[in-house]
Design a protein around this ligand. Structure first.
Ligand code: CUV
Ligand code: SF4
Length: 635
């Protein structure tokens, strides 16, 4: 294979902290994700186009102009659709398992079987209960038990009724549209096809069943199942995760945090928490801050303990506790390369297995904690909710004990860090707006806010790190489009200083005026990936307020540096909820013109949303603005 030419460091990332550490890595010979990408390039074209099937052992089969079917007779359309649906299902499974863990914990806390956690936010508990139709005039433990049970039922019920969370949270018109489509698809195809999710686990299982060898071969039928599964994520698993986490750990409030590798401290014991579930990260933060642990750290010669976040679990603890964040997806190896990290503690999702080998080059303990995520080279300390305090203590102590082994000659911490205003839960937004959506809706109707763009998703070494996130964001606010978002985008925006109040000056005149009046930045951090559900419910609330459907509103979405299967699920549930969504890099569907046209055009008539793919960020904003203008005309 042809060797691709190596990228220059400036082409790899726009983040100066990243560039600095990459320079160091290249001088000292440490391997990073960019090197491995280089070794894997050029990538297999069959995989890139979605044309490789290995769903049975008559294969693997690849589709070429000469060989147009697999051994079983499956054509390109079927293979491409099956592959993408499997990706969605995996994403749904990941987010929803996260939600399930929170629901189980809430039930245990409610039944007072778990005493290491508490019901922190009773106001949120009552709000969620009211939405679900649970009687709130009782002891909070009884209310919490009912809420948890409803959530758990959404994972396990066997009837064909919509998920209770979806039915209770989705806006009226959208629900009607899904039900209509459900009926339409019922009569046109078989009885079991529809868009309304029945049970979160079942939609994952159904997706796996129908994509296995010899089951569903119709691309539309397959993609509709992908849509149904994705809705079980957005209005199911992810929503459950967000709402129940708020109950257990508190609804985010506005606060200022610091972001980038510069938050790693030269004099403290640094613990990086990476992964997704606040059940772990909240505990580590809490225990590390106890006087006992801080004292122990001092006995070991450190000034104290500095816990910092990374990726989505970083988003969770910055939103709720104001914990600084060391970076997004592509920072995980770079944090270790600073030489000043005593422990990188992980649970599930987006964790590179490469951390095991890299940590061994330093004194860093790479601590895995989840029974479903083990790594070569990690120190496994199993996290158990029922002994959370004890396990968290063990984790923090392990980090403290690593401190004397830190090699001062290897320490290199970039000084870059930026301030960011974060913590915009919908509850906080409403509070800023004076308790009603009216001022926001009025600003949209008047054109002071031309529209709202939600940007989400990962980093990907295939694209210049943070470049798309940051360029898109700056260009959108310049055109009076408010930007909200989650995930690694949010960390990119925070690092780039776009979440400071001063960013108002980069916004168009009309958006600037609105942000000044509300004293908020024009770039809004709404949380982690599961908190995309906050954006869904915000869109839903605006729709209900206007007695409209989400697809009538001037909203657009983007995942401009996406990596994971979870991002495919997120993109799909936004499309299925009526929002046009931009993607870059292109998803692996180009091998089937049929699937491409279904997802970029035909789906618009069915659900109102659709995907579009564009590499250039400015052209992307042109398209987004055109979509917004079109919707505004119809408003
Ligand atoms: Ni869950 S899914 S790389 S941490 S946003 Fe970041 Fe967000 Fe993608 Fe992963
Ligand atoms: Fe090949 Fe069909 Fe088996 Fe896929 S399911 S590997 S296309 S024979």
């Amino acid at each position: 294979m042809k060797k691709v030419k190596e990228k220059k460091i400036e082409e790899m990332s726009i983040d100066p902290a990243v560039q600095e550490i990459l320079q160091l890595a290249s001088e000292k010979g440490y391997e990073t994700v960019w090197d491995r990408l280089n070794s894997q390039s050029p990538h297999c074209k069959f995989g890139l186009n979605g044309l490789c099937c290995k769903n049975c052992i008559m294969g693997p089969c690849r589709i070429t102009p000469k060989t147009t079917t697999g051994v079983c007779g499956a054509e390109a359309d079927t293979i491409v659709a099956r592959n993408i649906v499997r990706g969605i299902a995996a994403g749904v499974a990941a987010h929803s398992d996260h939600g399930r863990a929170v629901a189980i914990l809430l039930k245990e806390v409610a039944c007072q079987e778990n005493k290491d956690y508490t019901i922190f936010d009773t106001e949120k508990l009552k709000a969620v209960a009211t939405k679900l139709g649970v009687d709130t005039d009782r002891d909070i433990h009884e209310i919490a038990k009912d809420v948890a049970e409803i959530a758990l039922k959404d994972f396990g019920k066997q009837d064909d009724k919509p998920l209770k969370f979806l039915a209770s949270y989705a806006p009226k018109k959208r629900l009607e549209r899904w039900l209509d489509l459900e009926k339409k698809l019922y009569s046109e195809t078989d009885k079991k096809t529809g868009v309304i999710p029945r049970n979160i686990d079942r939609e994952v299982a159904d997706s796996m069943h129908r994509t296995t060898m010899g089951v569903d071969h119709d691309p539309l039928s397959l993609l509709i199942q992908g849509v149904r599964a994705s809705l079980a994520d957005g209005w199911g698993g992810s929503l459950i995760a967000t709402e129940l986490q708020d109950i257990l750990f508190g609804t985010p409030r506005i606060r200022t945090i610091m972001a980038n590798l510069g938050v790693i401290s030269p004099d403290h014991i640094n613990i990086v928490i990476h992964g997704h579930e606040p059940i772990l990260s909240e505990k580590v933060v809490e225990i590390a801050n106890t006087p006992d642990m801080q004292k122990l750290a001092q006995e070991y010669g450190a000034k104290g303990i500095n816990v910092v976040g990374m990726c989505c679990t970083g988003n969770e603890i910055l939103m709720r506790q104001g914990v600084p964040v060391a970076g997004n997806e592509l920072h995980q190896e770079l944090a270790i390369l600073t030489g000043a990290v005593e422990a990188i503690v992980v649970d599930v999702q987006c964790i590179y297995p490469a951390l095991g080998k890299l940590a061994k080059c330093f004194h860093t303990k790479f601590i895995s904690t989840s029974d479903r995520a083990k790594f070569p080279g990690s120190l496994h300390i199993q996290f158990e909710e029922e002994h959370a305090n004890e396990v968290a203590k063990k984790i923090v102590k392990t980090a403290i004990e690593a401190f004397p082994k830190r090699d001062k000659r290897k320490v290199h911490i970039p000084s870059f860090k930026s301030e960011a205003v974060v913590g915009f839960s919908n509850e906080q937004l409403l509070k800023i707006l004076g308790g009603s959506l009216k001022p926001l809706v009025d600003a949209i109707l008047a054109g002071d806010i031309k529209g709202i763009a939600g940007i989400v998703g990962c980093n990907n070494p295939k694209v210049k790190h943070d470049y798309y996130h940051v360029t898109l964001t700056k260009e959108l606010i310049k055109r009076d489009i408010l930007v909200i978002g989650t995930g690694c985008w949010a960390i990119a925006a925070a690092k780039a200083g776009l979440m400071r109040i001063e960013t108002q000056e980069l916004a168009g005149e009309r958006l600037r005026k609105v942000c000044k009046a509300l004293n908020i930045p024009p770039v809004i951090h709404m949380g982690s990936c599961v908190d995309c559900s906050r954006m869904l419910t915000l869109a839903g609330a605006i729709a209900d307020y206007l007695e409209a459907d989400i697809s009538d509103l001037p909203l657009v979405g983007s995942a401009p540096e996406w990596t994971t299967e979870k991002a495919v699920s997120i993109g799909t549930y936004f499309v299925a909820s009526g929002v046009p969504v931009h993607l870059w890099p292109a998803p692996p569907i180009s091998g089937s013109p049929k699937v491409v046209s279904l997802l970029t055009q035909e789906i618009k008539n069915l659900l109102g949303g659709y995907f579009f793919v564009e590499e250039d960020p400015i052209k992307t904003v042109d398209i987004m603005e055109a979509i917004i203008q079109e919707k505004r005309k119809a408003l």
